[in-house]
Design a protein around this ligand. Sequence first.
Ligand code: IMP
Length: 431
Amino acid sequence: MSLVAVIGIQWGDEGKGKIVDLYSKDANCVVRYQGGSNAGHTVAVGEEVIALHHIPSGILYPNVKCLIGSGVVVDPYVILDEINMLREKGFVQNPAQLAISPLANMIMPYHRWLDVAREQARGERKIGTTGRGVGPAQEDRVGRRGIRMYELLHEERLEAAIAAVVPEKNALLEYYGVKERVSPSVLAAELSHLGKKLTPFIQSVDSLLFQSMARGENVLFEGAQGVLLDLDIGSVPYVTSSNTTAATCLSGAGVMVPHSLDAIIGVSKAYATRVGEGPFPTEQVNEDGSKMREIGGEFGTTTGRARRCGWLDLVALKYAVRVSGCTALAITKIDVLSYFDKIQICTGYRMGDETVSDIPDAMSLTHVQPYYEESPGWKEDLTSARHLKDLPMKARHYIDLIEDFTKCPVVSISVGPRRDQTIERKKPWKL
Ligand code: IMP
């Protein structure tokens, strides 16, 4: 048995969907364990690009069981659309392929309204959330006011749970000047309708996972967002509402017995992007940044927002590798850098007269001055490279620099969006 986690080690959008898809072919189970419908994982299959928000990217392999653990906040409206979209395309023909934990908290319409309203109320201090209601749903989870998936299976209990929270939600909506109000009867009717369609998928994820592990199967844990967006150790307050390091994967999946992971694969783009507000030392608000956005198609999967773009920041990457215990790296979208005459890479931060190559925490990312090493670009098309030796020497040096700086081996390099456009150096199962 191998337990492998794939996590983002920048600010999300690193291309985890593609990497999970790559390793899913050798997995028995793929598990989501944190985040919610704020995530946007895209996978290209042939000419088609499939965007997933809750459902693990392993769903595209019919023999892989996909599990959504109790640590994920699930929007029943969004997940049903996702299931329908996948079924129309010929996936998830057998409902047993997908299990949603009955213990997962739900994102309700009022969570989405409150998310948007709170952002507006923050004015210039806004976080730049995805507006999907994930933060308010997590607040209710921690406040023990959340309504969980299993309530969908019992109409009366569902009605009672909604009735208990509605007065507070309507008072909050009024406070924030939101025009919508929650009608308990309308919400209960909508949710029981959704619940009937979701019932086949609501299954005990922890026991399925326990059985899979007892059979000695390979389990892949699919992280959402990225380490620098972690609720505790990211660039607070400009972060998401869950813990994004691999540390959460066992509890968020419902594995309560301690196990150790065999590998933690940290996924990073060959450059850097961020959506929403917050520090981004290597951001390029110039022609280079625009070029990365245009060539890399850097627009949010969930919100369509233009992503902020910049050079790869090795100092931030080294921090993310350290705090998340990465044992290997997957580098994505290196082909985008082929269009640049000169490539910069941040190898230090200037602090007064000193240049440092380590930071104690992600709060240090505010007000640092990046120091770059510049090299001529390789200016060659990389999209048909399938082995390291197919890459031009300058691109290989770029990979070597990432490995040397982070002290972490690069096990895969993505040279285009398609499944086959990948250089696979080592399988994580055997690391
Ligand atoms: P929230 O998770 O919607 O509350 O948003 C909080 C911050 O996390 C914002 O900066 C979002 O842009 C960012 N964020 C949340 N999910 C993702 C993601 O999947 N990719 C990139 N950024 C994300």
